[in-house]
Design a protein around this ligand. Structure first.
Ligand SMILES: [Zn+2]
Ligand SMILES: [Zn+2]
Ligand SMILES: [Zn+2]
Length: 89
């Protein structure tokens, strides 16, 4: 992992992949989402900051889970919220 000064990204071994390509919160309320992100601590898949509800960011801040991975099939990157650090894999 080529992260600069982020211990969270350094600690990621295998990437957690989404179990289903849907936001777990938006499907409950019938909302739509733009892109999906998967929490690398607990594995939940939620929607990105371009989506109306921004569930992935809310989850990260509420739970303290620092790292998400893009759940888009064409994208292979991780993001750490506390360090604002990106890493491709
Ligand atoms: Zn970090
Ligand atoms: Zn959502
Ligand atoms: Zn989580």
């Amino acid at each position: 992992m080529s992260a600069r000064g982020c211990s969270h990204l350094d600690a990621i071994g295998s990437i957690k992949q989404p179990q289903r390509l849907e936001c777990k919160e938006c499907v409950k309320t019938g909302d739509y989402w733009v892109h999906l992100r998967t929490c690398q601590t607990c594995g939940i898949t939620l929607c990105c900051d371009s989506s109306p509800n921004q569930h992935a960011s809310k989850h990260a801040h509420a739970s303290g889970h620092p790292v998400i991975a893009s759940a888009q099939p064409s994208e292979r990157w991780l993001y750490c919220y506390p360090d604002e650090a990106f890493a491709e894999y």
